[in-house]
Write a protein that binds this ligand. Sequence first.
Ligand code: NI
Length: 165
Amino acid sequence: MFTTIEGFVSEWNQEYQITLNVMNALTDASLSQAIRGDRRTLGGLAWHLVESLGYMSQCGLSYEGPAKDEAIRQSAAAIAEEYRKLGERMVQAVQTQWKDEDLARTQMLFGEEWQNGATLRFTVMHQVHHRGQMTVLMSQAGLRVPDVYGPTYDTWVERGMTPLV
Ligand code: NI
């Protein structure tokens, strides 16, 4: 869990930028790429990440949640823009509404007691988990996958290097 706001913010900013790069690489056509016929789609996962940034408001933080307009989910650019806004609002709310000592406070979430610092840790890890699923679907949809933690397959190829398998 995070014990300082600064620790969270610096890690969040790095992860947020990577996820934003992934979001910005989506295309409208790719949104329907599914894990399996009856499972989540790339667009569904992207929107899930937008919505999950709104959940932090259940921990007593006050900020505007995701737009309710269903049409947004059909547009890759609109999803990416909504993600950009939510990410900024969430981190700004943490920075301005909580102090380090608030991270040790506990709250009831989904029937369990969570320390705020642990909720923030979960938020980062949850994003990373689904972002990983997204990059596989992006590859399957024929999209250029941006660098995540170092070069992706596409970057190796573009640099004329042999990609690691
Ligand atoms: Ni999830």
